[in-house]
Design a protein around this ligand. Structure first.
Ligand SMILES: Nc1ncnc2c1ncn2[C@@H]1O[C@H](COP(=O)(O)OP(=O)(O)OP(=O)(O)O)[C@@H](O)[C@H]1O
Ligand SMILES: Cc1ncc(C[n+]2csc(CCOP(=O)(O)O)c2C)c(N)n1
Ligand SMILES: [Mg+2]
Ligand SMILES: [Mg+2]
Ligand SMILES: [Mg+2]
Length: 330
């Protein structure tokens, strides 16, 4: 890598781009697109830093690219939005080769193609030590239709998509028992190649039930707390109803770990947690089967102190407001 500009050309050479609304493409000082006049613009941004979000031994370059876009798509899914355009900033240290960064872009493009996200530009700089990637993602949702953390109401049902805790168990496996990776493919997949729940987010908007919604990046407990606080309600989760995968239970047993540590506090599942009026839940559940989505009822919303409680065998306890926190040790 000895020329910034030819490096950028090689990165964007294979990009996915599909839009009739592009007025000025990559190559000028900024990109220009024509907005949809009748839809609201949704904006989000997430960063991945080597040593904090990945190590060379936990994820391949293509996995890193995939997950960078997936974590952003997941925030749009949580808003019920449809993704459109992305910008990527890469800060490359001397320890990373140009070809490896190109591999990262292949991972990004694989997922971008799936969701029709057009890469409209970015920035490329050097950094002394650790690879750092930031993706900014734009999307759209109907006016006033975005799903909010603040719309949970007493009486609502709490739901979650997929299974939770797998990504954290996968990380544990890749760090401590990498030789076991082929025995627990779902855990490795959950950590390295999460699937953002955009179909479900979009469908939730289309029902017009106005559910509350949040994506699980920092852990089920943390995200449930975020809904409880934003909506000023008490969320009561039923421990026995939390969807946990067979592989997570098997792996936890094999390595003598408490599965619930990953389930509650692990994070990076990129599933959705939300709440919806009780009378709409039955209707949701019907459609879910037809569509092949995995959606589980895991609790209820009550009035009272804004917090999260867990109920198990008739005993209720406050679930600690804990999850992944970048500054927890400061
Ligand atoms: N440095 C920042 N400057 C401005 N706004 C920020 C900054 N960091 C976060 N935010 C905003 O704060 C809110 C919460 O951010 P947060 O990063 O916790 O969301 P998230 O992407 O859902 O979580 P995660 O980062 O765990 O995926 C968002 O609206 C986000 O845009
Ligand atoms: C090597 C390594 N160590 C720890 C973790 C766990 N981890 C890092 S960031 C994060 C929360 C989501 O990030 P953010 O809040 O920035 O979106 C989690 C659970 C990892 N993935 N890799
Ligand atoms: Mg964030
Ligand atoms: Mg989020
Ligand atoms: Mg996020």
């Amino acid at each position: 890598m000895n020329d910034e500009f030819s490096f950028i050309r090689s990165l964007i050479a294979h990009r996915f781009v599909e839009s009739e609304r592009i007025e000025v493409d990559v190559g000028d000082d900024a990109a220009v697109v024509i907005p949809h006049s009748d839809r609201s613009l949704v904006m989000t941004c997430d960063t991945m830093v080597e040593t904090v979000h990945f190590l060379r031994k936990t994820m391949s370059p293509a996995d890193i690219g995939w997950k960078l876009l997936a974590s952003n798509l997941s925030d749009l899914a949580a808003m019920g939005a449809v993704p459109t355009y992305a910008l990527i900033s890469v800060a490359v240290p001397p320890s990373w080769q140009a070809e490896e960064v190109e591999e990262i872009y292949h991972g990004i493009y694989d997922l971008a193609r799936e969701w029709k996200v057009s890469l409209m530009g970015g920035d490329t700089v050097r950094i002394p030590e650790y690879l750092t990637l930031t993706l900014t993602l734009l999307g759209e949702v109907g006016r006033g239709e975005a799903l909010l953390r603040s719309s949970a109401k007493p009486g609502d049902v709490v739901f979650v998509t997929g299974t939770v805790g797998d990504a954290a168990a996968g990380l544990h496996l890749l760090l401590h028992h990498p030789d076991q990776r082929f025995n627990y493919p779902a855990l490795v997949q959950a950590h390295c190649r999460p699937n953002p729940q955009l179909h479900i987010g979009k469908w939730l908007v289309s029902t017009r039930f106005r559910p509350a919604c949040d994506d699980i990046s920092d852990g089920l407990a943390q995200e449930a707390w975020e809904i409880a606080e934003a909506s000023q309600v008490c969320i009561v989760l039923d421990r026995e109803k939390i969807p946990i995968s067979e592989q997570l239970l098997q792996y936890a047993k094999a390595v003598g770990q408490d599965p619930f540590e990953w389930v509650w506090f692990g994070g990076e599942d990129y599933q959705l947690i939300g709440t919806v009026r009780k009378e709409y839940w039955a209707k949701l559940k019907e459609t879910v089967k037809e569509k092949g989505f995995l959606l589980s009822m895991i609790g209820r919303v009550e009035s009272g102190t804004p917090q999260v409680e867990v109920e198990s065998e008739g005993i209720r306890m406050v679930l600690p407001k804990r999850g992944y926190n970048h500054f927890a040790d400061r």
